[in-house]
Ligand binder design. Structure first.
Ligand code: ATP
Ligand code: MG
Length: 360
């Protein structure tokens, strides 16, 4: 029967609830494939990397791990980080090693209200919120440049330097990505987030490149906003936003704020893309390993399933992506809500409901 494409996916569940939500996402994707009339099937390879692997091997991923991943069509990632390991070691040892090693320079994080979900920000069930945060994912504040105790330990105590790197190439490619994305959307609006009043080199370059690139997109409306004012604007004028392009750090913070506004961090999906498709892209929920609820079977799988939808879209199956998103909406609209959204459905119950809604 299966005459269509076999999609080869590397699954890296990682730590904590990452394992639970990746398992849920795989079940939903397998159900989707089974019902695709042979259009596609998944071939999964699971990599047991993460904090347990670190405890046994002293490293977060296998040596030569990137080479093991390189030939897959996509990477489906859970979360990384556990209280027993410093966060910067687990993050750089696995997630950032993949993002930077594969030059996944565009991180997209859609923020949307779902039917049946109330949130601290939702004024009424018909209020709309529909943005995409586009995060520069290769440089900026996460360039990994700096050091501690440079030149020895001065008398006043230790000095640490953490440099933010902004390059013209890096700024221009993420901005063109944001503008191209805006063109596919109804509002066709891009807001650039900056802090060029205080950071007079990198962020001024960011602004200069934004203003230059904007000239090539006369059909797209633009504006620029300081990151502090932007945090307030998210809350006070959410309807003024469409595509929001921001640096690595600013977008990370703003997208957590955005997902909380939509109801919960557990809802938020993301894609780490190598838009040139030279390397596999990676799809993961925005949330972390959530040690406080891990192992209890109550994690919200919606962010992971939404990330699977972004994956199907990237792999050239937009109708499958649409089915996944509609199944999520059908589930929340019917009131099947996990705890973080004020309900009492377990991960398994939400997952089954999403699978049932694929048929609807
Ligand atoms: P990271 O540093 O990896 O981003 P974090 O410290 O920001 O992690 P998270 O692990 O994302 O923290 O958890 C933040 C809060 O959100 C916790 O209270 C957690 O329980 C909750 N949370 C995160 N993911 C989910 C989920 N899928 N379902 C329900 N609650 C979640
Ligand atoms: Mg976080």
């Amino acid at each position: 029967m299966n005459s269509g494409k076999t999609i080869r996916i590397a699954a890296i569940p990682g730590d904590g609830v990452g394992q639970e939500v990746v398992a849920a996402g795989r079940m939903v994707l397998d159900a989707l494939a089974e019902d695709s009339n042979g259009a596609f099937a998944f071939e999964w390879t699971e990599f047991p990397w993460g904090s347990d692997y670190y405890a046994q091997h002293g490293r977060m991923m296998a040596e030569g791990g990137l080479e093991q991943l390189r030939d897959f069509d996509a990477i489906y990632f859970g979360a990384v980080g556990w209280p027993t390991i410093p966060d910067h070691i687990s993050l750089w040892g696995l997630r950032l090693a993949i993002c930077q090693g594969f030059d996944q320079w565009a991180n997209i994080r859609p923020v949307k209200f779902l039917p049946g979900v109330t949130s601290p920000m939702r004024k009424a069930d018909d209020t709309e919120l529909d943005w995409v945060v586009v995060r520069e994912n290769s440089e900026g504040e996460y360039a990994g440049m700096g050091g501690r105790n440079l030149g020895g330990r001065p008398p006043g105590g230790e000095v640490a330097v953490q440099s933010a790197i902004f390059t013209e190439v890096g700024c221009e490619r993420i901005m063109r990505f944001a503008f191209d994305l805006a063109r596919t959307r109804t509002r066709k609006h891009v807001t650039s987030v900056t802090k060029s009043n205080a950071q007079q080199y990198g962020m001024v370059l960011w602004d200069d490149v934004f203003n230059r690139v904007a000239k090539d997109y006369p059909d797209v409306e633009v504006d620029s906003c300081l990151v502090d004012a932007m945090a307030a604007r998210f809350i006070l004028q959410p309807e003024s936003l469409d595509v929001v392009v921001a640096s690595n750090l600013h977008a990370d913070i703003l997208s957590d704020l955005g997902s909380a506004m939509a109801g919960s961090l557990g809802l938020a999906a993301s894609a780490n893309l190598n838009p040139e498709r030279r390397t596999p892209s990676m799809f993961e929920p925005v949330h972390g390993s959530a040690p406080d609820i891990a192992g209890q079977g109550i994690a919200n799988p919606i962010g992971a399933v939404g990330s699977a939808a972004l994956m199907m879209e990237h792999l050239g199956f937009p109708a499958a992506a649409e089915r996944l998103n509609k199944a999520i909406e059908g589930t929340t609209a019917a009131g099947v809500l996990p705890r973080d959204l004020g309900g009492n459905a377990t991960t398994e119950e939400v997952t089954s409901a999403i699978i049932d809604n694929l048929q609807a």
